[in-house]
Design a protein around this ligand. Structure first.
Ligand SMILES: *Cc1c(COP(=O)(O)O)cnc(C)c1O
Length: 365
């Protein structure tokens, strides 16, 4: 927390705005809109997952459709496809940004069309805050006229060629879950350059009430709006978002220096100056043939000193629940999963804590 969050929450209590609407919801949306840049319309929602779900609803994804989705991601990117009764088709990553490979994307689109079904949407992710190859992905998407849902849940504050992540897709989504770059305890947002899409998102997120004196519904709605209390936390968090990004990037620099001379350990970083990552999590890959230690050995050594580290996301096409879903690509995501690690990356790690990490990693340097 930055410090001012509680003032906004207190204001909600003092004015009795304890509801999924009120001044903090509007204030949080305005803060996000000005942060993301001119022309962006933001609907504050109850979670990033809800935002992806509404994005698919708004794009007309329905029973029997197919949706292309990056395989190397958290399950929340893909689950809403199934909520809609549609089928996910997973796409491998490329090694530069670890995100959706534009070539495999095009291969998949061609093959699905040849098989008789044009995919309804593309879900591209900026994983760990690293911008994906959004220009190349958008070019493929435009060629085949398929809308892009840009999952920017982990990438608030990241940019590609100076433009904020979350603002490239037909619809962008953000998450404010407890573990993200800023948090509202739980929350999310839908981003669009179209005011009509925002309006429709808010309509669907508040149970799709028709304009009538009584309760009347012509569409199926959802209870997906962000509460005024949580939005108050969000308003305070927007005052510290850039400092959180700076601190995360400092943690990344810390690991860069730590592993600087260690052959076989690669700290994940931007492939070119076009990319600016918030470095939500600092990640490494380990070439065990060179290092003679495995990622699991690092996890165990850190755990002995009560320091948590974790494997990278397990690709969706390797998940039991998605075992029957079509997949296009090779083994990039799979090998990242087998060789990678997320290291402690919090915006609040103290100097003493960094020293403890340094000491625990010494045997591997
Ligand atoms: C966290 C996350 C989500 C979902 O956001 P919630 O707010 O937790 O529902 C979606 N996609 C990715 C890549 C995420 O990391």
């Amino acid at each position: 927390m930055g410090g001012t969050e509680q003032n906004y929450v207190n204001e909600a209590f003092d004015t009795n705005w304890i509801a999924p609407l009120g001044p903090n919801v509007a204030g949080f949306e305005t803060a996000l809109e000005s942060y993301l840049g001119k022309g962006n319309n933001v609907a504050a929602l109850s979670s990033g997952t809800a935002a992806i779900h509404l994005a698919l609803v708004l794009l007309g994804v329905t029973r029997g459709d197919e949706v292309l989705c990056q395989t190397f991601t958290f399950s929340a990117s893909a689950n809403p496809i199934v909520y809609q009764g549609a089928t996910p088709v997973f796409i491998d990553s490329e090694p530069d940004t670890w995100n959706m490979c534009p070539d495999h994307l095009e291969e998949a689109i061609k093959d699905r069309i040849a098989k008789g079904k044009k995919p309804k949407a593309i879900i591209a992710v900026h994983l760990y805050g690293m911008p994906c190859k959004i220009e190349a992905i958008t070019a493929v998407a435009q060629k085949y006229e398929i809308p892009v849902v840009e999952d920017s849940a982990e990438a608030l504050g990241s940019t590609y060629k100076g433009q904020k992540c979350g603002t490239f897709g037909t619809i962008g989504i953000l998450s404010f879950n407890g573990n993200k770059i800023i948090t509202t305890s739980g929350g999310g947002a839908l981003v669009s350059n179209s005011p009509e899409i925002k309006e429709k998102a808010v309509f669907l997120a508040t149970q799709a009430r028709d304009e009538a004196p009584h309760y009347q519904h012509s569409e199926i709605g959802f209870n997906y709006r962000l509460s005024n209390i949580c939005a108050g936390i969000g308003r305070g968090q927007m005052e510290v978002v850039d400092s959180h990004v700076t601190l995360r990037r400092e943690m990344h620099q810390f690991y860069k220096e730590l592993f600087n001379k260690r052959e076989g350990v690669t700290v994940f970083e931007e492939p070119s100056p076009d990319y600016f990552s918030n470095h939500w999590l600092s990640c490494i890959t380990i070439n065990a043939a060179k290092t003679r230690f495995t990622p699991q050995e690092v996890v165990s050594a850190l755990a002995k000193d009560t320091i948590e580290s974790r494997p990278l996301w397990k690709p969706m096409h390797l998940q039991p629940v998605f075992k029957d879903a079509p997949y296009y690509g090779a083994t990039v995501a799979e090998s990242l999963f087998n060789t990678g690690l997320c290291l402690p990356s919090g915006s609040n790690l103290s100097g003493t804590e960094r020293q403890r990490i340094n000491k625990a990693l010494k045997p591997f340097l």
